[in-house]
Design a binder for this molecule. Structure first.
Ligand code: FAD
Length: 393
């Protein structure tokens, strides 16, 4: 078997992997970024909504921004509309073209000096004295043993890297959102607002979305909790009903199915010689399902910490814990609050959701973050939200 050696090998070229690779390469490290698919960013499994926070990580480019929105319209089960401003929400601000965006991020990593290799799949870890020491990969030229001081598992929701290292990454059905989405054209979406629809008939334990993609196109999709999905109650069944109702004349030009982890982050995201980032670490807001900005933030932190670790030639779990404590202090609280809020909201009846939506009539939502919105809701609906107040406050 062929052999090679790098300072870092990053498994998976999504936003988490590419930003990790870019950051580590900027520190002068020898980085290999591998992607199992032949094309980075394809197939797209995303609604492509993202907050303007991405500007912190990558210079904006019109090639991958399809639309800019002012905010979000959230509709209760009876159609009551609540309007929120973009600045304060995870998935609202821009609608991306991820097949281009993900490639642009990988190109940034390459420009910084990382080697990017597609059609290359990791299938096992190399371990030595309890340390992760590299990965075995399969590619067209045959199998290769790739040694590295640190392996980064950026392999998304289906991540295996963490499990291979003995980390418990199991997701229960109640902790995943099963999603279906159509890219629709020849419709008239709201071009200024991303729209969210709640209710047990639309998307039980989840929501439907319409994210404008410019002109007469939009991503129209929904996610439902894994434990309510079943025969004739699958995400695609709800989506077909939603589309029949909202866009009966629309044309579907692409279909997508995917899963979002809503468990909240893993208890441990590092091991000796190993770091997990992005969906692989379950760094997704469980309330919204948004993970792109967290993946990028985690990637930046991981790249910096790996560079520090290399300087000290120390790749122990204890040394790499710097990554874990930094990402937890940067955005861990948001994910924890999102998890508690999700568990609470998923169990509310449609009548309760309607009451909550009505209670926000007249509130200036532009000034509220998601956290502040929860507090405002609690203040206005102490009876319904007594349980939430106990866990959030
Ligand atoms: C239906 C749906 C809608 C969503 N909508 C939004 C949204 O609107 N906004 C938002 O912020 N988030 C959204 N998300 C979540 C978002 O897509 C993820 O959080 C984000 O892509 C995470 O980035 P990542 O780099 O961790 O993983 P990914 O983007 O999944 O990248 C992982 C990469 O690893 C590769 N890989 C896997 N295994 C291996 C292997 N063994 N060897 C080599 N390569 C491997 C994969 O091919 C993939 O390219 C959505 C998710 C879904 C499913």
């Amino acid at each position: 078997m062929k052999e090679e050696r790098h300072d870092v090998v990053v498994v998976g070229a999504g936003p988490a992997g590419s930003i990790t690779a870019k950051t580590a390469a900027e520190h002068g490290l020898d980085v290999l970024l591998i992607e199992r698919n032949q094309e980075i960013g394809v197939p797209v499994k995303c609604a492509e909504g993202v907050s303007k926070e991405i500007e912190k990580f990558v210079p904006l480019n019109n090639r991958w921004i399809c639309a800019e929105v002012k905010g979000a319209n959230i509709y209760g089960p009876d159609g009551t509309k609540v309007v929120m401003a973009a600045e304060k929400m995870d998935e609202v601000g821009y609608v991306l073209e991820r097949r281009i965006f993900d490639k642009a991020l990988a190109s940034e990593a390459a420009r910084a000096g990382a080697e990017v290799r597609v059609k290359t799949e990791a299938y096992a870890l190399i371990e030595n004295n309890g340390y992760v020491n590299g990965v075995y990969v399969r590619s067209i030229g045959g199998d290769t043993r790739i040694y590295a001081n640190v392996v980064v598992g950026a392999d998304g929701v289906e991540s295996k890297v963490g499990r291979w290292a003995g980390i418990n990454t199991r997701l229960r059905p109640s902790n995943i959102s099963v999603c279906a989405e159509f890219l629709m054209c020849d419709i008239e979406p709201n071009k200024d607002y991303s729209e969210f629809f709640l209710g047990s008939e639309v998307a039980p334990k989840g929501y439907a979305w319409v994210f404008p993609k410019g002109d007469d196109c939009a991503n129209v999709g929904l996610g439902i909790a894994g434990d309510v999905s079943g025969e004739k109650h699958r995400a695609i069944d709800y989506l077909k009903a939603f589309v029949r109702n909202r866009f009966p004349e629309g044309k579907t030009v692409a279909e997508m199915y995917g899963v979002v982890p809503l468990s909240g982050p893993l208890n441990e995201t590092v091991a000796d010689g190993l770091i997990l980032v992005g969906d692989a670490a379950r760094q997704v807001n469980p309330l919204t399902g948004g993970g792109i900005t967290y993946a990028m933030q985690a990637g930046k932190i991981a790249g910096d910490v790996i560079a520090n670790a290399l300087q000290e030639n120390n790749f122990s779990k204890l040394r790499l814990m710097e990554y874990e404590s930094k990402w937890r202090s940067t955005f861990g609280k948001r994910l924890d609050t999102g998890l508690k809020a999700k568990e609470f909201f998923f169990n509310l009846s449609d009548a309760d959701l309607n009451t909550l939506a009505h209670s926000l009539e007249g509130v200036k939502i532009e000034e509220l973050s998601t956290g502040a919105l929860l507090l405002e809701l609690i203040k206005r609906n102490p009876k319904i939200l007594f349980g939430l107040a106990k866990i959030v406050l």
